[in-house]
Ligand binder design. Structure first.
Ligand code: IPM
Ligand code: MN
Length: 360
């Protein structure tokens, strides 16, 4: 198979970790007989420095012309002083909107080898944790009307939360499809006791659920969901929620796995197109030092193989390679524990690529 991938290395450790993800993809291409081509384009701080804007038109065009996008991370202290509209993070929001990436999949998976890093009591996570947050990504308060107005008492600012039935339905469908391939439970998270937009959310999700009789649907208010995630995380399979609630809950879910630096994500559009990126940020403090953990980026490439290219065996080979490198005891500093073997970004990438090649 032939696929075209737009690569947006971004800022901080972004270029290093996407470099290793591309090496993993090349190992897949070589051992499974595929051809991947890469077009490198800029976004975020790197784009501000080289073209004066965080998301150049050329980047949007390259992304649209590709089958999938691989992104590192954007942002850093260098650009923190810029006004909201010009910040590197704006590039992410615009990419999501321009590319129609309405469904954000954030798996929170606990790696057995890293179970010690889980901040919850061992009995809460016995047998491991494996849940999937499906976050709506192009609607809600992130993209609603906003502004600041002067009043007699001083300035007043507002951001509008708005959801159409269509926006809710399409992300709910993704959640139910995912649940069908997992443990057949969807927890829809909202604030329907207060918000009108949440009441439409709940009603719409219930209507979608009727088409999936094998899947159990549960509704939780967001405050309760935040509490249940630390109290009894094993009750969850797929969580589906709005843009802002998903932003918050996906950080919480990833933290409780103890593997936050290990987690990948996929942002999907209608059809198979998607953008894939590690959940971690640009970590400017360690950029260029060889300390970055490339596993989340590599696992993001695995998600690309699975969701956009439909290459299941290839995706599994990448995931197995990551697990095997962990099992052999190699660790970057973020996940280092006693008795493990210190390794650099490049070494981890090399070990993963070797294992992908061996597996075929
Ligand atoms: C995320 C990030 C972004 C978001 C920021 C950087 C705009 O926190 O991807 O979760 O809020 O969506
Ligand atoms: Mn976030």
């Amino acid at each position: 198979m032939k696929y075209k991938i737009a690569v947006i290395p971004g800022d901080g450790i972004g270029p290093e970790v996407t470099g290793e993800a591309v090496r993993a993809l090349e190992a897949v291409a070589a051992s499974f007989g595929h051809q991947f081509t890469y077009e490198y384009v800029q976004a975020g701080g790197a784009a501000i420095d080289s073209c004066g804007e965080c998301l150049p038109q050329a980047t949007i065009e390259a992304a649209k012309a590709a089958d999938a996008v691989l992104l590192g991370a954007v942002g850093g202290p260098k650009w923190d002083g810029l006004p909201g509209e010009e910040r590197p993070e704006k590039a992410l929001l615009r990419l999501r909107k321009e590319l129609g990436l309405f469904a954000n999949l954030r798996p929170a998976l606990m790696f057995d080898e890293l179970a010690e890093a889980c901040p919850l009591k061992p009995e809460k996570v016995e047998g491991g944790l494996d849940l999937l947050v499906v976050r709506e990504l192009t609607g809600g308060i992130y993209f609603g009307e906003r502004g600041v107005r002067e009043t007699a008492d001083g300035p007043e600012a507002y951001d509008v939360e708005r959801y159409s039935q269509k926006e809710i339905r399409r992300v709910a469908e993704i959640a139910f499809e995912m649940a069908m391939k997992r443990n057949r439970k969807v927890t829809s998270v909202d604030k329907a006791n207060v918000l009108e937009s949440s009441r439409l959310w709940r009603k719409t999700v219930a209507a979608v659920a009727e088409r999936y009789p094998e899947v159990k649907l549960e509704n939780l208010y967001v405050d309760n969901a935040a509490m249940q995630l630390v109290y009894n995380p094993k009750q969850f399979d797929v969580l589906v929620t709005s843009n802002i609630f998903g932003d918050i809950l996906s950080d919480e879910a990833s933290m409780i796995t103890g593997s936050i630096g290990m987690l990948p994500s996929a942002s999907l559009a209608e059809g198979a197109f998607g953008m894939y990126e590690p959940v971690h940020g640009s970590a400017p403090d360690i950029a260029g030092s060889g300390r970055a953990n490339p596993m989340a980026a590599v696992l993001s490439a695995a998600m690309m193989l699975r969701y956009t290219f439909g290459l299941m065996a290839e995706a599994e080979a990448v995931e197995a390679a990551v697990k095997s490198v962990l099992a052999a005891g190699y660790r970057t500093p973020d996940i280092m524990t006693d008795g493990c073997i210190p390794a650099t970004t490049l070494q981890i990438g090399t070990l993963i690529a070797e294992r992908i090649a061996e597996r075929k």
